[in-house]
Design a protein around this ligand. Structure first.
Ligand code: APR
Length: 329
């Protein structure tokens, strides 16, 4: 019998995968979130990676730094740094992280205008050079920028989705695991709604080993977890004092890119374009979806309580009014 060492087998599998397909994922924005996403994708060993930034040297430097870690990661794919959209040609998935977090003295409206301009420029580049790709948006304000990206590219709505629910659920998962005193692996959290103050954590649909947390934790603890989840990003901004979270956001975007690339059909919350589901129409908002090779392959409509539904609709209607007021849609 031929015995092959696990590491050698992993290497052979990776080489077959990489050489047969040379699949490509592009990450736009080589900043904190984009670089983390690229790094996690390299660890997954699923595709070549193109890291594009408006500052060419910045993207090239990060790509080279990561490439020099190839031996540690046992990764033989390429990581290319660039500012040239020609390099994203052939990418199956494009993760968009380019944009600014809110700076001191900047109003919410200023931030939206600034990031909307960036999304327009990036969207035009994707439309021209990776017209068959599926886009995972990360740029904030997430649900508005995802809607804007779909309009700029004109891609079918199922091929433009937003990363928010995976991150928000990961945050809730961490707090639940701490409160229950269990492994993070056994927690499945579900957070819907907008990626911001109006997010809707759903304790009834959050489980540990298949048991709803409403059977495991008291109401006060659950309330505290939901509040901390909703302000999870703000808590980190406060601690960091400069910049915002990037390890969990970058990893969450990588998880979505992998689900699309490998047609995993994962059931996860993501910002998707609604056309009547949950009583909401023509707005992007976080809902449970099946994510696979076609992007958002299905939107699941959960049976919500009146309170849960009202919260989700409140969140959706808030973003709908913002789309009109701030982006003119
Ligand atoms: N084209 C390409 N890249 C751009 C463009 C553009 N038009 N404009 C800005 N960038 C790049 C910047 O040069 C920078 O490297 O986007 C990157 C943003 O990185 P950071 O400033 O480090 O911001 P980051 O923390 O990564 O957050 C990016 O993700 O989570 C959201 O709120 C966050 O909207 C923000 C985005």
């Amino acid at each position: 019998m031929l015995l092959i060492d696990g590491r050698v087998l992993a290497k052979i599998t990776e080489e077959i995968l990489m050489s047969n397909h040379r699949r490509k994922i592009a990450v736009i924005g080589a900043g904190n979130v984009g670089a983390t996403c690229a790094f996690v994708l390299a660890q997954m060993k699923i595709a070549d990676i193109v890291l594009l930034d408006i500052y060419e040297g910045f993207a090239k430097g990060k790509a080279l730094d990561m490439s020099q870690n190839g031996q540690v990661l046992n990764y033989d794919g390429t990581i290319t740094g660039t500012s040239d959209y020609n390099d994203i040609a052939g990418a199956s998935v494009v993760v968009v992280t380019s944009g600014f977090p809110r700076q001191p003295g900047m109003t919410r409206e200023d931030l939206i205008a600034k990031n909307a301009g960036i999304v327009k420029q990036v969207g035009e580049g994707i439309r021209e050079h990776a017209p068959d790709s599926t886009i995972v948006m990360v740029t904030n304000p997430l649900d508005l920028m995802t809607y804007h990206m779909q309009k700029v590219t004109g891609f079918p709505a199922h091929r433009v989705c937003g990363q928010a629910g995976v991150l928000d659920s990961a945050r809730m998962t961490h707090f639940v695991a701490q409160a229950v005193g269990c492994s993070e692996e056994d927690v499945q959290a579900m957070v819907l709604g907008g990626h911001g103050d109006t997010m809707v954590p759903l304790p009834r649909f959050t489980t540990v080993g298949g048991i709803a947390i409403t059977h495991l934790l008291d109401e006060e603890t659950i309330d505290a977890i939901c509040k901390r989840t909703a302000s999870g990003g703000g808590e980190i901004v406060k601690l960091l004092e400069r910049g915002s979270a990037f390890y969990a956001p970058g990893s969450a975007a990588a998880i979505m890119a992998e689900a699309i690339l490998n047609d995993r059909k994962r059931l996860i919350p993501a910002s998707a374009h609604l056309t009547g589901q949950y009583g909401l129409d023509d707005v992007y908002i976080g809902v449970p979806v099946i994510l696979g090779a076609s992007g958002i392959e299905r939107i699941l409509e959960l049976e919500l309580t009146t309170n849960e539904l009202e919260s989700l609709q409140g969140s959706g209607n808030f973003y709908k009014s913002q789309l009109k007021e701030l982006l003119g849609y």
